[in-house]
Design a protein around this ligand. Structure first.
Ligand code: PDD
Length: 277
């Protein structure tokens, strides 16, 4: 049975019902978080709390993040799952009248789901490279994901696992993850800006990279420099560190093999997942 928590009430997912007037459904007016729990511990819990707070602030939605995360704990206890993927969605709620502007009387909808998760070391894959067609406020973890949805679908229809995106010839991120490039002992990732999500995995990778001898550089990456890199990977809570060895267009990245630096970083990340401070 899949359990969820809707507005503080834990129930089987089949029993959860949300009004069709919910602004999340009508306008994509809401934000979300995706977290992984490993060995019963949510990875980087406080970073997820802080990012949810910042997404809520960015859309002018007032909800207690502490209460949301207390519900997360209750839900994880109820299911007894040790390794899980947890989804938190907060929308502005339902109002009787459809109007773009915020209604004065409205209570948010808070919806949580939890499903089993297996952290497996990701195999090398192919990515398409395409223009970033999304809006310009991607640092908000908004549920308005149509651009991301279409881009990932395009990747899958091309036999690829991710879509690496660019604007004005510079890499932004990927449809569901952040992008890193390896050249020798240097690890480059685009700097934080409105154009990308401040990924929690990105943050952890930047923290860990020096422990395996990589120097981190947060600077713009030209899209035409991708195939010439020694290595390329994307990062996200659910994908972990996923190596990209082939690009479309672009062909093989470097010599199409995993670099030693990447293998060391991926091993450090896998270990980090099981280290609970
Ligand atoms: N996606 N960029 C985008 C556009 C993302 O959707 C994600 C995460 C990331 C990486 O963020 P993090 O490391 O905090 O997971 C970057 C999640 C997993 C999702 O929407 O399912």
């Amino acid at each position: 049975m899949t359990w969820c928590c809707l507005n503080g009430e834990i129930m089987p997912i089949e029993q959860a019902a949300i009004s069709p007037m919910d602004r999340g459904f009508l306008f994509g007016d809401g934000v979300y978080e995706v977290m992984v729990q490993i060995d019963g511990h949510i990875r980087a819990n406080s970073l997820h709390e802080a990012r949810l707070q910042s997404s809520l602030d960015a859309i002018g939605l007032s909800v207690s993040v502490a209460d949301v995360f207390a519900d997360v704990v209750r839900l994880t206890k109820k299911t007894g799952l040790l390794n899980a993927k947890i989804y938190v969605q907060v929308t502005r709620g339902a109002s009787p009248v459809r109007d773009h502007g915020f209604p004065s009387q409205i209570s948010p909808t808070v919806f949580l789901t939890i499903t089993e998760f297996e952290a497996i070391t990701k195999k090398p894959v192919k990515a398409i490279v395409c223009p970033d067609i999304r809006w310009r406020c991607n640092s908000i973890k908004s549920v308005s994901l149509l651009g991301n949805v279409l881009l990932l679908q395009e990747a899958r229809e091309s036999g690829a696992q991710e879509a690496i995106l660019y604007r004005d010839d510079l890499v932004t991120e990927a449809s569901t993850s952040n992008v890193f490039l390896i050249r020798g002992q240097s690890l480059t990732t685009p700097p934080l800006s409105d154009l990308i999500l401040p990924g929690i995995t990105r943050h952890l990778v930047i923290e860990m990279a020096p422990t395996v001898g990589l120097d981190v550089v947060e600077e713009a990456i030209r899209v035409d420099s991708l195939p010439g890199a020694d290595g390329l990977f994307v990062s996200s809570s659910t994908r972990g560190l996923m190596p990209i060895v082939e690009l479309d267009p672009g062909g093989l990245v470097g010599n199409g093999q995993l670099t030693e630096a990447f293998v060391a970083l991926q091993a450090a990340y896998d270990e980090r997942l099981h280290y609970h401070e």
